[in-house]
Design a protein around this ligand. Sequence first.
Ligand code: PEP
Ligand code: MN
Length: 339
Amino acid sequence: MIIIMKMGAGEEQIQEVVGQIEEMGFRAHLSCGEERTIIGVIGDERLVSPHVFELMEGVERTVPILHPFKLASRDFKPEDTVIPINGMHIGSREVVVMAGPCAVESREQLLETAWAVKEAGVRILRGGAFKPRTSPYSFQGLGKDGLEILAEVKEETGLAIVTEVMAPEDVPLVACYADILQVGARSMQNFSLLHAVGESKMPILLKRGMMSTLEELLMAAEYILSHDNYRVMLCERGIRTFDEKYTRNTLDINAVPVLQGLTHLPVIVDPSHGTGRWELVGPVAKAAVAAGADGLLIEVHPEPQRALSDGAQSLKPERFAQLIKELRRVAEAVGRGIG
Ligand code: PEP
Ligand code: MN
């Protein structure tokens, strides 16, 4: 249930409602909008009578939240969540592009890619140091050495860093190097990891599991939000449909408007993993922007044919720069800009 306070309700009245919620054994989450405060009652509150709150001073009304996710829902927070990173605002009118290699392979590879994406206008660099690979024999990432390279490149270029964390015990380490922690598709329901990244209070890029419903994605986000960490971005990266051999995954473009209706959290699209083929990245990225995505996550590699992971879906820097130019026109057509 959410409790909507009257416009101009005082701090004392808000605290009384919070006290009542806690006395009943629930947790209160406050969403302080410009005009009014909304208080979420968190817990299994089905047995609580809304009248208890409706009779309190300063309370306008109570609304049951019908979705199983609460803090992530628009009922709880009607206005968009905007996450400022490196001078940009994810979740605002600008479509924020994060780009870089699938994996950090060497200082030279990362630096070359970083300057190229920066020149194209990007301010957030992606690159995995801990790689979740299907085969234990594939390149697993450089681990801590990869994080050190990310830090050097960040220092040199001024780009912010998004990088994956796979294990709950690695969260404090990765958080020292990253500006955004990525939770990969394979980890979306690693609940210990979700608790750990929630506790880190870092901005989180949460990728949709390859066989997860949108509700499961939102419930995963709810774990993070329940630690009072509201800086969460949801990422559609393609799902498994059937044994389609021409694409790696099926990018669910529906996810963009559906999620934006259900939640206040920014929605990012990853056309690289969503398609698995570099020729398809551009068209699908444009579709995502046209559909209203708040950001894009794109893999770029100076020599895709030599990449240690995901070369087939990585754009060469020149193609990436050209795509950004084209995306600017699509963004403009739907009243947005590219950041
Ligand atoms: C990645 O971003 O490189 C990655 C492994 O993505 P996903 O978790 O979506 O497969
Ligand atoms: Mn990848």
